[in-house]
Ligand binder design. Structure first.
Ligand SMILES: [Zn+2]
Length: 392
């Protein structure tokens, strides 16, 4: 350190009070003070790499190089007590002198810095960081304030179960994997057939004859190796439904049969799991979210399945190949909104899309107080299940 630097430091020391790590720790642990109470603000002025290696809980990070530019956003009220720290106590002292010049009236520098804090055994946190690969992969999410790094971590920590890797499940899975939803469960007992490939884009010609769940897993892992894929090569039934859905935050219903919808509805109600529901028929698609005891459930709308003679046979139903892509991606979008807790989810709202007219419409849906599943006297555990009418 040269003479001029020493002189600046000497002056700063005369101007800026210094507190020991123990004094700062005492202040932080007083009831009504600290990051929650906002009686003072703890500001870490070190560089980003130092911050990422560990910092004091509740501190805000304003690197010394950006102090003049960012401090007024971090601490708008200049009467607030500001406790500054760096690694050893020198940079924070100089930062303190700068804040005083800027008009901050109660500035303290922590002597000995973070090194002393750690040496005294006081509490610190190490922020979670993304790998370089993740930072690049999810960079377009980072740029969206409603997602950002915190939202991306939420997605990476989330678990979503897809019932079926067919028309709706295939596009939903593909985009949920791309978005970085960390765990994707896929339950599907079927194998890929040629007639699936007109719409089930997660599969391909070389996978004909393979289990759909395994084929989807392969495509997902090629797209995004970050994602854990759990496959269930079985049909959802009353013996396995409770156990399978228990592991997941959100369920995406891509089934095309009534028995599974009722089975899933009742089990999801019991466990409080939201179900993002979609369906398609020829040129028409529908979407809603069944959120237990918040909006209506499937049985509020359809207490009983239609008699088998009236239910369209899946093999004969037919669908425009792109339509499940649209509805499946709306399901993926609603799933991400639920996981992030953003926006206005489609709970109690039914979106319909008519591909021929090119129109979207929305209907309000209401809970039925007499619903056999979620109504006042409802018993989702005691309701009948139904025989399988047809496969997906
Ligand atoms: Zn209901």
């Amino acid at each position: 350190m040269g003479d001029a630097s020493r002189e600046i430091l000497r002056k700063a020391r005369q101007q800026v009070p210094e507190w020991s790590a123990a004094q700062v720790n005492d202040l932080a642990n007083q009831p009504g003070t600290g990051p929650e109470g906002q009686d003072f603000v703890l500001v870490d002025v070190r560089e980003k790499n130092e911050w990422l290696e560990g910092h004091i809980p509740g501190a805000v990070h304003v690197p010394r190089g950006y102090l003049e530019l960012q401090i007024e956003e971090a601490v708008p009220d200049k009467e607030t007590k500001v406790v500054l720290y760096c690694a050893g106590g020198t940079r924070s002292l100089m930062a303190g002198a700068t804040l005083q010049q800027m008009g901050y009236t109660d500035v303290v520098s922590m002597s000995g810095g973070f090194g002393q804090w750690k040496a005294r055994g006081f509490n610190f946190v190490q922020p979670r960081t993304m790998t370089d690969v993740q930072t690049k992969r999810y960079s377009r999410h980072m740029l969206v304030p409603e997602v950002g790094e915190a939202g991306q971590f939420k997605l990476l920590d989330s678990k979503v179960l897809l019932i079926g890797a067919g028309g709706l499940g295939a596009p939903a899975l593909y985009y949920l994997a791309a978005a970085g939803v960390g765990t994707l469960g896929i339950i599907d007992a079927d194998v890929v057939e040629e007639s699936n490939l007109q719409r089930q884009i997660i599969h391909n010609t070389s996978r004909i004859g393979q289990y759909k769940a395994e084929s989807a897993k392969q495509t997902i892992q090629d797209l995004n190796p970050d994602i854990k894929v759990v496959t269930y090569l079985e049909r959802l039934d009353e013996t396995n439904v409770a156990q399978i859905i228990a592991d997941y935050d959100v369920i995406v219903d891509g089934t095309d049969n009534f028995p599974t919808r009722y089975l899933l509805n009742d089990a999801a109600l019991i466990q409080g799991k939201p179900v993002v529901h979609g369906s398609v028929f020829r040129f028409e698609g529908q979407l809603t979210i069944f959120k237990p005891y918040d909006g209506p459930c499937y049985r509020c709308l359809y207490p009983e399945p239609p008699p088998p003679a009236l239910a369209p046979s899946c093999a004969e139903a037919g669908v425009l190949g792109v339509l499940p892509g649209i509805i499946g991606l709306l399901q993926a979008t609603e799933t991400i909104k639920l996981l992030l807790g953003i926006g206005d989810p489609m709970v109690g709202r039914l979106l319909t899309y008519d591909a021929l007219s090119g129109e979207f419409n929305e209907l309000k849906l209401f809970r039925d107080p007499h619903c056999p599943a979620c109504g006042e006297n409802g018993h989702p555990e005691d309701l009948p299940t139904y025989a399988d009418v047809c496969a997906i």
